[in-house]
Design a protein around this ligand. Sequence first.
Ligand code: ADP
Length: 451
Amino acid sequence: MVSFEASLRPFAVEALRVFARGRTYLILLYHFLSLPLAIIYFAVLFLCAAIGAITAPIGIGILILIGGLIAARGFSMLERELAIALLGMELPPLAALPSGSPWARIRAHLGRAETWKALAYLMLKLPLGLFVYALAIPVLGPAILGILGLARTALPDRSIAGLFSSLIGAALGVAIVIAVVHGAILLARLWERVAAAMLGPSQDERIVWEAQRRAEAADRKRRELILNVSHELRTPIASIQGHLDSLLMPEAERPANIDPQQYLGVAAAETRRLGALVGELLDLARADASALPMSVRPVDIGPIAHRVALTLAPLAKHERQVTLVDADAEPGVVGLADPDRLTQVLTNLVRNAINHTPAGGAVRLQAGADDATHVFVAVSDTGSGIAAAELPHVFDRFFRTDSARSRDTGGFGLGLSIARDLVEAMGGTITATSELDVGSTFLVRLKRPGG
Ligand code: ADP
């Protein structure tokens, strides 16, 4: 049984963790600034409104009211920036005012709901600031005094009883400070909702902004893909070109150590790699367009895993001296999958496992029922493993582990990303666990029919 003390430990760690986050101090700064800023907003806007209203009959009042409007817009812009920088909020930009004469702009500004919402927000800042200060000063003051009291009584020639009571005072002080900081974070999270509703653009503008952001992200991804593909193409093409150029040299000028057969072999192998890359890119493009030909149906996964093991057994045994263990699945383990695509995924996982396992190691393929609603296929190896820092990225496009890059295993870092696309398109999941120099396990989970 977990002791009471042990069950408190994670709670205490969690309570203290906020002090390690930079955001906590930014939030405290936000609260600290709230009252002084609110007083400035209130004073400026109140004065502009009052003086403007009184002097309106003599004309100058209109200019003062306009000045107040401009100040309010400036204040709300400042508040947006503070919410973004200190609270870490994402606020979509406000639509620009239409171009035209100053009067047209002022009329447009006055006609917008956002203008009045922002003004109300500026006024709401005052109660927030007052609330924060009224609560923080009476609570934090004694707490800090309690903590300081310990320092005072810790001096020599103080009594033990005095030191003990100061210790309790200091402990209480620390607990109060922790509680206040958590309260401040909670208040900031609640206030964020107010800020999002009152400082953001209208619902329609927000929808347009989100669509724009999605389009920009897709564009960035496409540019990255082109860059990565070009980068990956460069090495094999340079290698093919180099080898063929050497073979094309007049025989008299060609260095004696060039073996034409070997050079042609390298060029052929690189060409095959390029062909594989094109195949993988096609799969990726189809997955992106949700156009992977896929026919998901109930299939017995044991025989599929078995066939993959049979196909790759020669590679494991003769080329890598690795034992491929195909643990017999219980018959009738039926999952929802496209048999050809599942074969593609398992082939990729088993080939990776074989390639990353040193001679004498073992690769194990296992299929079975996971729970009432899922079946699984696991591919585990006793190979090099993947570092904890790299593990979360192995399914990213073009990601290769450091060791794979330095050994140049020939892959382009697309296999696992395609495997994930395929498994997800079948309604399943794929995960990896690994320990460096111990081995890795890739687990494919598929839904059972009706599960
Ligand atoms: P590639 O086609 O280049 O092998 P993958 O997408 O299949 O790319 O794999 C991504 C990275 O994960 C590669 O760098 C590979 O070295 C590493 N990796 C994949 N499977 C294993 C495994 N079983 N053991 C260790 N590393 C692995």
